[in-house]
Design a protein around this ligand. Sequence first.
Ligand code: SAM
Length: 271
Amino acid sequence: MTIDRKSLINWVGGKRLLRKVIEPLIPTDIKSYIEPFGGGAWVLFYKEKWADLEVYNDLDGRLVNLFRIVKYHPNAFKEEIKYLLGSREMFLQFLNGTFITDIQKAVQFYFLITRSFGGRGETFGTVKRSCGGASKSQKNVLEKIDAIHNRLDKVMVENRDFEKLITQYDFEDAFFYCDPPYSKGCGYEVTSTANFDHERLREVLGNIKGRFLLSYDDSPKIRELYKGFEMVEVERLNGINNRQGTNRENKMFKELLIANYPIKDLFENGK
Ligand SMILES: C[S@@+](CC[C@H](N)C(=O)[O-])C[C@H]1O[C@@H](n2cnc3c(N)ncnc32)[C@H](O)[C@@H]1O
């Protein structure tokens, strides 16, 4: 079964809209593919296989539990998901309930993320008109779980801070696709915008033996921090503002792709 190039969840900062631009920049002569800031893993899932060894990592244990349950207990997960309704009442029950087992916790997290506004898991999400939304069909959801389960078969799922993970998996033929929290913008459960240590990441990436590709918001701080590395600028639609009635300028968001290997030509050829 193919994965239809989708992820299981829309995650804040997810690279759904940039994966087509990122793909041609990823070298093909790599022995391992590692995502230290996995989130919804849109880039990982974009291809059937990037390398012989693939690693998904995120510091947020809720994401890691979800992917581990889909990897190891897809049927139990699907059995629970089957009976869930897209209802406000059920959303509030999940928001306020206590869940004991890892399977229950994965279902709770999945339900709150997929049924909330902007994928933040906080308020019940509704739309005035459909923008496709076919993934909300129960049949599609169950098929997607099977596809992600198959895709994760040989993927290691880790739950570590980026520094330990990068150091552990680094070697000459390793490749790291890094999508850290932005220098400006909304934070995450595990690190707020204010306390993510961008300098520490720069230090770690500056010392690795392998190759990295990094995506960031285009800000003077990041340009200064990565001065001397190859950079390309890209624009993407801002997911949450991507609504009718928002003008195009407000909808666009500038990002940088930064690497410790040549990417400018790959980027131009991939356009
Ligand atoms: C921009 S998101 C990644 C989005 C992902 N590329 C996608 O397509 O959905 C950044 C992720 O970094 C994680 N994170 C924050 N601090 C971290 C840390 N110190 N180590 C590892 N992961 C961290 C957050 O939990 C969040 O999921």
